[in-house]
Design a protein around this ligand. Structure first.
Ligand code: ADP
Length: 412
């Protein structure tokens, strides 16, 4: 089957067209046929489309809204000049799989979308006001173009974390706030952590229940998960994606009293303070330069910029603290697996994180670590390390495509 995977953001649409089926999943023979993205939806759109193995075609043109963006993608897929293996038009697309950020407590696994599900996703808007509306727009755009004949699936960022026990998902605030407003840890990046855990199990040929690992998704957004017996046991993002690790522009953990203090001192509204913590903090806020780790490392190395170095230091320190905390929380782990743009490509960040973890028997092989800089899978722990260290490139789109097929075939 050819599955169109959509990841719709507030002003962007990313897509992949993936060929997969139950047999292909079994043999791990599923393939990306084409991919691309449209940025700056609602204004002067930037389009970048690529057929697998070919050059990326870039262009710019106004893109009014999510529907117009999806139409542009489908026009490209169906156009005569675009030569996608086995796909000559819309009729060759069998289903659509959507990344949906928040599933609340209602959606604990991927589902086929019908009107009830759509209403359920809408009910979660107040939990994810920045994300779910864009996901809903994507679903509605796909529905209006394809009609209801083509199945659509929703794969939730929160779902994998539904197994987190009560003692780690509840905040120590008055319990009625959980009852009344569902304030609790939900966790995000679930599709990524789930994919990494699955891939770890396949690579090591072990049953799911034996997967006891710590997974690190270090990209623009960053989170860490403790995976115990194959299930998510704890994760650093919380009620929103703001909690936990230091990220590109997010602060991660701070003393919540800082928000009121900033509001008072800077004359900001709570909303403005929250935007500050989401958009102007993290690596960007500390360095005053950029949210991009690669650029920060270059800056630190080339000019010895003090604040670039500090940002990298704080970033790695926070990750290391969380690894220690999760090793305690889950009574030890067999492996720590790195993923995401930073985790997959930066030997420097990985080695800084693993520094000072010898107390728990973690030892790194510097040469192997230095080799893993191109987003390839690999192991980089030293010979005697008590805990395995590895890199597993994440692939959320593939998991969304696979879930879509499995839902259609009734095996979820
Ligand atoms: P997203 O979370 O948006 O999917 P990515 O997973 O692509 O983002 O991660 C983006 C981050 O990865 C950026 O901070 C980028 O600088 C960083 N990154 C990519 N390659 C490298 C590299 N070689 N060294 C250090 N950081 C890198």
């Amino acid at each position: 089957m050819n599955i169109l995977v959509l990841n719709c953001g507030s002003s962007s649409l990313k897509f992949q067209l993936i060929s997969t089926s139950l047999e292909q999943i079994e043999q791990r023979a599923d393939r990306v046929l084409a991919k691309g993205q449209i940025e700056r939806i609602g204004g002067a759109g930037l389009l970048a489309f690529q057929v697998a193995g070919s050059q990326t075609a870039r262009s710019a043109r106004p893109v009014r809204d999510m529907r117009a963006a999806l139409e542009a993608v489908l026009q490209w897929i169906g156009s005569e000049e675009t030569n996608i293996e086995g796909v000559s038009g819309l009729a060759d697309i069998d289903a659509v799989g959507h990344r949906v950020v928040h599933g609340g407590e209602s959606f604990i696994q991927s589902v086929l979308i019908d009107d009830v599900v759509l209403r359920g996703i809408d009910d979660c808007v107040e939990l994810a006001p920045l994300h779910n509306p864009a996901n809903i727009q994507g679903i509605q755009a796909a529905r209006s173009i394809f009609g209801k004949a083509i199945p659509q699936a929703a794969v939730f960022d929160t779902a994998f974390h539904h197994t987190i026990p009560e003692h780690s998902y509840l905040y120590a605030i008055p319990y009625q706030f959980y009852r009344r407003h569902k304030i609790r840890r939900y966790g995000f990046h679930g599709t990524s952590h789930r994919y990494i855990a699955y891939q770890y199990r396949i690579l090591n040929n072990i049953p799911r229940k034996d997967v006891n690992i710590i997974t690190l998704h270090l990209g623009n957004g960053c989170s860490i998960a403790a995976i115990k017996g194959g299930d998510s046991f704890d994760t650093s993002m919380g009620f929103t994606p703001l909690e936990g690790l230091v990220m590109g522009t997010r602060s991660g953990d701070i003393d919540p009293a800082i928000i009121g203090f900033i509001c008072e001192k800077e004359g900001m509204s709570v909303h403005e303070a929250e935007m500050l913590l989401n958009k102007a903090s993290g690596l960007l806020g500390i360095s005053g330069l950029t949210n991009d780790m690669r650029e920060l490392i270059a800056e630190a190395e080339e000019s010895g910029d003090r604040r670039a170095r500090l940002a990298i230091e704080i970033f790695c320190y926070r990750v290391r603290k969380y690894i220690g905390a999760y090793l305690s929380a889950m009574n030890g782990a067999d492996a720590v697996i790195f993923s995401g743009g930073i985790g997959e490509n930066s030997a420097l960040v990985r080695s800084k994180i693993c520094d000072q973890l010898s107390w728990c028997g973690i030892a790194i092989d510097p040469a192997r670590n230095a080799e893993l800089v191109d987003g390839q899978e690999g192991v980089f722990n030293g010979e005697g390390s008590r805990i395995r260290l590895g890199v597993i490139p994440t692939n959320e789109e593939l998991l969304i495509a696979r879930d879509t097929v499995r839902l259609i075939k009734g095996v979820i």
